[in-house]
Design a protein around this ligand. Structure first.
Ligand code: BTN
Length: 269
């Protein structure tokens, strides 16, 4: 078996915690791992479910955009879990938790640091390499959080749309290095995700996220419901919402609305 072949036993070995915690599904191709993860959550609400694949036929991103999921070395996976908080307003913090986990687990394998573009994009060497899409699932009073992640490990975007060609990049160029093992990565990722999830109230992932946040102290342009705005990024608050100082020197809190930052302006920050 080579290191690019996804394998349940190997993932479990690198997870290195009890076998009862995980429900692992590895379809060879799927429309969207978020949809399968929702089904798995409804079957196993007390487990940490993971659905991972190298191919999605209808991968989606935030605000209804498509997510290019056909890279030769792409990994697309979703985690489904019962949030470890009774405060519904804290549930979006799972996106922050996932981003912090990703930068910590991946940076050891990389030549340069990763940066986070609020709220759900991760950049490497000036290009978007990871997107996160968190969704809620509810049934009979039971809430689940689905955290879907697409990682461009290696390959090229010659078959992708113009938007992806302009912004997207990969972690390892066109070829995955021999030393890289997907199962090891997923096991380590799940291990750290689970630790942060169990200790959710401590919110230790917030400091990791903010340390990697792009553009702090920089003036940026953004749109809210298609209305143009300009402001200086201050950081995040305890809910993970972005704080921006506007031209009147008052602080605006950005969350929930249709907020869009053009990615290109982050490349030179
Ligand atoms: C974004 O860039 O707006 C978020 C992209 C999230 C993509 C991942 S890939 C795995 C999971 N399944 C999906 O359909 N989307 C997420």
């Amino acid at each position: 078996m080579n290191s690019t072949q996804l394998n349940k036993e190997q993932i479990q070995t690198h997870f290195n915690k009890s076998k009862n915690i995980l429900n692992i599904q590895l379809p060879s191709s799927v429309s969207s791992t978020n949809d399968v993860a929702k089904e798995q959550f409804l079957k196993y609400p007390n487990k940490l479910s993971i659905v991972a694949t190298h191919k999605q036929t209808a991968g989606r991103g935030r605000q209804g955009r498509a997510f290019y999921s056909n890279l030769t070395q792409g990994l697309y996976f979703s985690i489904a879990v019962t949030p470890n908080t009774s405060d519904l307003e804290n549930i979006p913090l799972y996106t922050i938790l996932a981003a912090a986990t990703l930068v910590e687990v991946l940076e050891d394998n990389l030549e340069s640091p990763l940066s986070v573009k609020w709220v759900n994009d991760i950049f490497y060497q000036g290009r978007k390499v990871i997107g996160i899409l968190s969704e809620l699932v509810s049934q009979k009073g039971q809430n689940g959080i689905i955290v879907g992640t697409g990682i461009n490990f290696a390959g090229n975007f010659s078959q992708a749309d113009e938007e992806a060609q302009n912004v997207a990049g990969t972690l390892f160029g066109e070829q995955l290095p021999d030393y890289f093992n997907y199962n090891e990565f997923l096991g380590q990722y799940l291990h750290r995700f689970y630790d942060y999830h169990q200790a959710f109230q401590k919110k230790e992932f917030m400091a990791v996220y903010e340390k990697h946040l792009m553009g702090i102290g920089k003036k940026v342009n953004y749109s809210v419901n298609n209305e143009p705005h300009e402001g200086t990024i201050q950081g995040i608050n305890k809910r993970g919402q972005l704080l921006v100082m506007n031209s009147n020197h008052s602080i605006e809190t950005l969350y929930g609305q249709d907020i869009h930052f053009n990615s290109k302006q982050f490349i030179d920050l």
